[in-house]
Write a protein that binds this ligand. Structure first.
Ligand SMILES: *Cc1c(COP(=O)(O)O)cnc(C)c1O
Length: 486
């Protein structure tokens, strides 16, 4: 039976079978050779599988069942905020008046679309405590880079060319030091102390006249709120640096606190995380950047503005870092985020943080007897545990992650952040029911017991998936991306 499930479309191919019927041609035929240079014209028919429509439907349906998404099961992937993507967002994003617009239509014809973007900008500015927001950046990392380029332009506009360093905590998301580098800065690491928070003495030591910015995630990637944030802002600002907030996952502070009030000058958000844009598989995302008044002149060009009741693109921005994305950014994701914010309202968003934090703490509490919890204080939207104890039995975080697949659960993030041994980073999000959280906790507890009683069972998992344990190195180095006859 299993074999039959997996019959691949190339094996089903029979000469002459067709899965599509096209209408009769009603336009004059042209010779491709007349349109394209010879080099570009195909000389051999493409080798495509020839199957019936039903076989094709079954092929794609079977492929879709191999996938694991937030619509198929629990997905506690720490730092990724794999929350439910409400279907109302999809309905709205597909409305013809939004979906069928052309980016070259004149402003006068797309006032509604621009109004939506402008209102989204204003909502995000209110949520983050910033003066102005751009929707151009296409993802979190792109937002980080743009934000840092804004900071760089600000310093340079003051004739301040020696601020070459960007301070990044050792628990930061890997994109932070990478973005700092790409923006032409040298990333400098600041240590985490025994509380799991930024080591303040170390921060004082590394901050100076060469500091361009401190990049911080708050709550940090251990899921802990940086309590000393006001003092950090003071240290960095008094040295002339700026504060950058990585707001990719704002699930714990939505409607509770703003980056602006905490003293930050720039923030990026991930609409594909906190604001329910679907993600995974590489996008499309949206990573809007918000800035305080002083940095507004440096925002990417053009900026969407409202003048005399009309929305328009303002290109006349001489200090801008320039355009960073063609046309309207990833408009569809922006529409989804707008639909989400409008359907939730301020109270709804406030409730998101309450529930996200409650769910994470509930799981932390249920698992604390079975796994080491390196930072046992209350967490925000996520927490880390360490499989140190299980490692002594020969079972590592990777093995636990693989075994979870047999219980129908997507594994949490593993081995991140780097400063926790055998780390598993768990983010349940607010959209899960208590029964689902319990199912996950029960599975984790069962696996902890299996590790003690029958470690081999865990080491050889998964058993229930289409493909069993992969050779991870080979899969990364020599991926097989096309059909190959067995
Ligand atoms: C996901 C994430 C990013 C990067 O966002 P992308 O959209 O994947 O580029 C940056 N920082 C944090 C904390 C994140 O969780």
């Amino acid at each position: 039976m299993k074999k039959k499930d997996q019959a691949l479309i190339f094996e089903l191919s029979r000469e002459g079978r067709r899965g599509a019927s096209l209408p009769e041609n009603d336009v004059p035929e042209v010779d491709v050779e007349d349109l394209w240079p010879d080099d570009y014209v195909r000389t051999k028919e493409p080798e495509l599988p020839e199957v019936s429509e039903l076989q094709l439907v079954r092929h794609y349906t079977a492929l879709s069942k191999r996938n694991f998404g937030v619509d198929s099961g629990f997905y506690p992937l720490g730092s990724c905020t794999m929350k439910y993507n409400p279907k109302i967002n999809e309905v709205i994003a597909r409305m013809p008046g939004l979906a069928h617009l052309h980016p070259y239509q004149p402003e006068s014809q797309v006032q509604g679309a621009l109004q939506l973007m402008h209102e989204l900008q204003e909502s995000l500015a209110a949520i983050t405590g910033m003066k102005e927001v751009t929707l151009q950046s296409a993802a979190g990392a792109h937002g980080e880079w743009s934000g840092l380029m804004i900071i760089r332009s600000f310093h340079e506009s003051n004739g301040d060319y020696n601020r070459t360093k960007v301070i990044v905590p050792d628990s930061a998301h890997g994109t932070n030091p990478a973005s700092a580098s790409v923006a032409g800065f040298d990333p400098v690491t600041v240590k985490t102390d025994e509380r799991g928070l930024v080591d303040m003495d170390h921060l004082r030591e590394v901050t100076g006249e060469d500091t361009a910015a401190l990049m911080l995630t708050n709550p940090n990637t251990l899921g802990l709120f940086e309590e000393d944030i006001v003092e950090m802002a003071e240290i960095v600002h008094s040295a002339g640096g700026k504060l950058y907030y990585d707001g990719a996952n704002s699930n714990a502070i939505l409607g509770k606190a703003t980056a602006g009030d905490m003293g930050f000058d720039v923030i990026h958000l991930n609409l594909h995380k906190t604001f329910t844009g679907p993600h995974g598989g590489g996008g499309p995302g949206s990573g809007p950047v918000g800035v305080k008044a002083e940095l507004v002149p440096f925002l990417p060009r053009p900026l969407l503005v409202k003048e005399d009741g009309q929305y328009k693109w303002d290109y006349d921005r001489p200090s801008s870092i320039g355009r960073i994305k063609p046309f309207y950014g990833n408009y569809g994701i922006n529409v989804r985020a707008y639909a989400y914010i409008r359907s939730m309202g301020p109270e709804g968003l406030h409730q998101v943080s309450e529930d996200a934090v409650l769910n994470a703490n509930y799981l932390r509490k249920r698992l604390e007897r079975y796994y080491d919890i390196p930072y046992p204080q209350y967490c925000k939207h996520e927490f880390v545990l360490s499989a140190k104890r299980q490692k002594k039995l020969g079972v590592r975080a990777l093995d636990i992650a693989k075994r979870l697949l047999d219980y129908g659960i997507h594994p949490p993030t593993i081995y991140f952040p780097l400063n926790v041994e055998e780390c598993m980073m768990i983010e349940p999000t607010e959209t899960e029911a208590k029964e689902t959280l319990d199912e996950f906790a029960d599975a984790m507890i069962t696996i902890a017991k299996e590790a003690e009683e029958d470690p081999n069972l865990v080491l050889e998992a998964p058993y229930e998936t289409v493909i069993s344990r992969l050779d991870e190195t080979k899969a990364a180095r020599k991926p097989v991306l096309t059909y190959q006859e067995q």
